[in-house]
Write a protein that binds this ligand. Structure first.
Ligand code: ARG
Length: 565
């Protein structure tokens, strides 16, 4: 639970008024003074000038007379403001006691009431390398799932694999012509991509290849045994290679219901559209008109009756609606599909699907690495796996320099390297485009994951040194001004957890963790924690609380927090 000092101050003011302002008015008007010398919260008395027909200075002075000051360090009128100085010792002891008692559940709330939230995330395409765009979807989706859980929801992480469509006709044809079983076994993705690329080089001169591919896909759709076997194999080896990356990232999914899963479930959606008279013919194709939404018509069936990406997404939405009765339906997919998801949502709304109103597309920007764009088509493929390996290697070098005697060096290097990538992504507002300079993200100083991890490890190392000294007795108030920034930051965590959930924005957690780490490092530079005086217990309490909250913040991002590094 968070101590809401703004609410406390609100009540103090409310109790000396006669209903001139509501508690919400007061709460909203409270300001945070520029410097601590002006108190922790300030109330601008001029908002009452019209009601009382008095000068604001006078109003401030009069009200201060009436306010019960017992629970504050002091309350003073300063010009038109009433400045409230919180009792820092009491606040510190409350905050620290709460965090130490609640441990990793600190900040947990039950706002979500257990509601199911399917999260469509990662969703790479079979037989293609998983790109940095899919990485963004994976880590953003994973963090949003953690944040939702912390807010009392039940997230369901669904990897909606791109495992169906006409491209598999092409791939099967290409494999039969130029492929080799052993090569695919050795290095599945790269070889499958090679065949696919070759298909597109050859089909310009040999258009009959396209016909062949179309027929092959038709056979696949109809369940022809050989085609299905090949497709299954491609899918399996692709998934095996994706899973290696997911393992490295520490991301698990609840379901892998890709597009193929919905191949036999599309009729229902099409029938609903037909029954409601929503499906109209346009140049031979079947579309849903979306004028009402100021959107272009959505193409649902091609003129040859072939289904599309959206046809499968409609089936997916119906399935999720029925299976989970979702409180929300989230799709973590790049900004380039924003228009598409507007159309999808509009179609589902027209269909009257229950959860359509709670469909949220959660877009994110592009990512480049060291200034290079990541794309499979341009031939400049930067594989996620390579980036991860480079990061781990850089982390190893840093650790070898800084802490050569560290026990589980390899494990920690993995946590730091991978953590740096995840954090480097999540610290940005998700819709921003980011350029990733790997070396920068791995620095132990600055706005990086390793910096936060290092701060947590430092806290743990202090606690190890303290040995059996008792931090549980935050008995002696910690009114040391240099601790105050850390205390207030610690107290903010539950509010940040709520706001990050409302905004689907992991960057709020990442930025918060940087703020807390900075405040703590400043405190640590100022004060000798382990001196044996009457405030030792309280100082250790602060270190313990920082360790708990930093670890939990990192965990919400999907980043590990090693105890030493
Ligand atoms: N496989 C798609 C791609 O890589 C993303 C799928 C997103 N999810 C969805 N339900 N449409 O672009």
């Amino acid at each position: 639970m968070r101590m809401d000092y703004k609410a406390q101050v609100t009540n103090s003011i409310l109790s000396v008024l006669n209903g001139e302002l509501t508690s919400a008015d007061i709460y909203e008007k409270l300001e945070q003074p520029k410097t601590l010398a002006m108190g922790d919260l300030a109330f601008p008395a001029f908002v009452l000038a019209k009601v009382f027909h008095k000068a604001p200075n006078k109003i401030a002075a009069d009200l201060v007379e009436k306010i019960d000051q017992a629970s504050y360090e002091k309350v003073e009128a300063k010009g038109a403001y009433i400045n409230f100085f919180l009792d820092k010792g009491k606040v510190a002891s409350n905050v620290l006691t709460t965090i130490i008692e609640e441990g990793s559940t600190y900040g947990q709330n039950e706002n979500g009431k257990g509601g199911n939230v399917p999260i469509d995330m990662s969703s790479p395409n079979i037989a293609k390398p998983i790109s940095m765009g899919h990485l963004r979807s994976t880590v953003i989706g994973n963090s949003i799932a953690n944040i939702l859980r912390k807010n009392g929801y039940h997230p369901i992480k669904d990897n909606h694999l791109g495992d169906w469509g006409t491209q598999f006709g092409k791939l099967i044809v290409a494999y039969r012509k130029w492929g080799n079983e052993d090569d695919v076994k050795k290095d599945p993705i790269n070889n499958l991509v090679k065949y696919y690329v070759k298909f597109h080089q050859e089909d310009k001169a040999h258009p009959e290849l396209d016909d062949e591919a179309r027929e092959t896909f038709k056979k696949l759709e109809d369940g022809d045994k050989e085609e299905v076997e090949l497709w299954k194999w491609f899918r399996r080896v692709s998934l095996e290679s994706f899973n290696k990356i997911y393992d490295k990232l520490g991301v698990k999914f609840d379901t892998y219901n890709g597009e193929a899963f919905y191949n036999d479930k599309m009729d229902e959606g099409i029938n609903i559209l037909k029954d409601k008279g929503l499906l109209v013919e346009s140049q031979g194709a079947q579309v849903v008109n979306l004028d009402k939404y100021d959107l272009n018509p959505a193409l649902i069936l091609k003129s040859d009756g072939a289904t599309l990406y959206i046809t499968r997404d409609i089936a997916t939405a119906i399935y999720r609606d029925r299976t989970y009765q979702p409180a929300m339906n989230l799709y973590v997919v790049g900004s380039e599909q924003t228009y598409y998801f507007k159309q999808l949502k509009a179609v589902l709304l027209e269909m009257g699907l229950h959860s359509a109103a709670n469909l949220h597309h959660i877009p994110f920007g592009l990512i480049t690495v060291n200034g290079k764009k990541l794309s499979t088509r341009s031939g400049r493929i930067i594989l996620l796996d390579e980036v991860l390996n480079d990061a781990i290697e850089l982390a190893e070098q840093q650790i070898a320099e800084k802490n050569p005697d560290l026990e589980n060096k390899e494990e920690v290097a993995k946590q730091v390297g991978v953590g740096a990538i995840i954090f480097g992504d999540l610290k940005n507002e998700r819709t921003n485009n980011i350029d990733f300079v790997l070396e920068d993200q791995l620095k132990f100083e600055g706005e990086t994951g390793p910096y936060v991890q290092y701060s947590h490890a430092r806290a743990e190392s202090i606690l190890r040194k303290a040995g059996s000294l008792d931090f549980h007795t935050a008995d002696k108030a910690l009114d040391d001004p240099s601790a105050w920034e850390t205390i207030t930051a610690l107290n903010e965590f539950p509010g940040i957890v709520e706001s990050a959930c409302k905004d689907f924005e992991p960057s709020e957690i990442a930025k918060y963790s940087l703020r807390l780490a900075k405040a703590f490092n400043k405190y640590y530079a100022h004060s000798k924690v382990l001196v044996k005086d009457d405030k030792l217990g309280a100082r250790l309490g602060l270190v313990k609380a920082v360790s708990i909250v930093l670890k939990e913040a990192l965990n919400l991002l999907g980043v590990q927090a090693p105890d030493a590094m």
